[in-house]
Write a protein that binds this ligand. Structure first.
Ligand SMILES: [Zn+2]
Length: 354
């Protein structure tokens, strides 16, 4: 894993550059979608009224639980019927990838849940974080009956959840000043309310998507506060997570998660990059809270030879002991004995080492 860690910086820079180029080259899409989804949306995993099962060393060993393992945080940009750039995905590509995740035993959680260590998934399951950047209309739109439109990201997530009941509909949307392409305040409110009510996360991705490295400290904070104010007016709860535009870090790193502008303070619990590997568990000592890597959804050619989802999901399938596998008990952290020392001391009381 040392090589992986060393690779992060390089890979993230590559992704930053690709992102910058893509943004310059691409026209805005019209974001028109048609026809409603078939599956009736259901609520995210119902909170069980009974207490969750208590894991034991025996039960953890049985499912080979490893809650110090790697978690893929997948990064999506536009979902378009016809891709205009390599980082775009079609509805069919998204559907196929989500079905693969469901078949591989992954259960979606939000970025906020990951960071808070609230990973409440069945024993033997693996968490995955689905993240959608820039608030594109292809991510979420409601049809006339108030349901997510077919072939939007949310429509597809519900379709896959209907087909694979273990696949919990959950995702994170990091948006800018026109969430889901909407400029009208009332429609923004309607969209945000629907998503938040259904267990999705809508959070800050700056107001106008600048490269933060090129801005003064003050301008960095302005970008974040303006967006936080917009999100508040749209009815979103205060953001606890933040995704850097292009994965580009401000010169003063802490400005990405703590600062003040125009009398408004902000604080985020975590900051996400734009590349290029799975993250270590939030329970690990080495969890990079303010520089959490993500994996671009893509095939295996060119720059994606080893930094995108096809490569990494194959890799995780081939290295099951490196992957985060749940013990099914959100109150305890279960790991093989030899990984005990990699856990954060803050978790010491709730650890099961088998
Ligand atoms: Zn972005």
């Amino acid at each position: 894993m040392r090589n992986l860690a060393r690779m992060t910086a390089v890979a993230n820079v590559v992704v930053v550059v690709i992102g910058l180029v893509a943004l310059v080259l691409l026209p805005r899409s019209t974001g028109e979608e048609r026809s409603p989804v078939r599956a009736q949306p259901r609520s995210p995993s119902p909170t069980p009224s009974v207490a969750p099962p208590k894991a034991t060393a025996a039960s953890a060993r049985k499912v080979k639980a490893n809650e110090a393992g790697l978690v893929p945080v997948i990064m999506y940009h536009r979902i378009l019927p016809k891709r205009l750039a390599s980082i775009d995905r079609t509805p069919a590509q998204l559907r196929k990838e989500l079905e693969r995740l469901a078949k591989d035993g992954y259960v979606p959680i939000t970025a906020a849940e990951l960071v808070a260590g609230k990973i409440d998934i069945p024993p033997g399951a693996h968490p995955v974080v689905l993240t959608f950047d820039d608030g594109h209309p292809g991510h979420f739109a409601l049809d006339q009956s108030g349901r997510p439109k077919k072939d939007t990201a949310v429509g597809i997530i519900y379709e896959v959840a209907a087909k694979y009941p273990s696949f919990r509909p959950a995702a994170t949307f990091w948006v800018t000043r026109a969430p889901f392409g909407l400029r009208d305040r009332e429609r923004q409110k309607q969209a945000v309310k629907w998503l938040v009510d259904h267990g999705f996360e809508v959070a800050n991705h700056t107001y106008s998507h600048p490269d933060l490295r090129r801005l003064s400290d003050k301008r960095v904070s302005e970008q974040i506060v303006r967006q936080e104010r917009l999100l508040k007016k749209a009815g979103a709860p205060p953001s606890t997570t933040f995704a850097l535009p292009y994965g580009s870090q401000p010169r003063k790193l802490s400005r990405a998660h703590d600062g003040t502008w125009d009398g408004t303070r902000y604080h985020f619990d975590a900051v996400f990059l734009a590349g290029a590997q799975p993250t270590v568990s939030p329970y690990a000592k080495s969890f990079p809270r303010y520089a959490i890597p993500r994996i671009q959804s893509n095939g295996k050619s060119g720059d994606c030879r080893r930094w995108c989802t096809t490569y990494w999901l194959d890799w995780l399938d081939k290295h099951p002991r490196e992957r985060y596998t749940s013990d099914g008990d959100p109150a305890r952290v279960s790991v093989p004995r030899k990984l005990r020392a990699t856990l954060s001391p803050a978790r010491a009381k709730s650890v099961i080492a088998y």
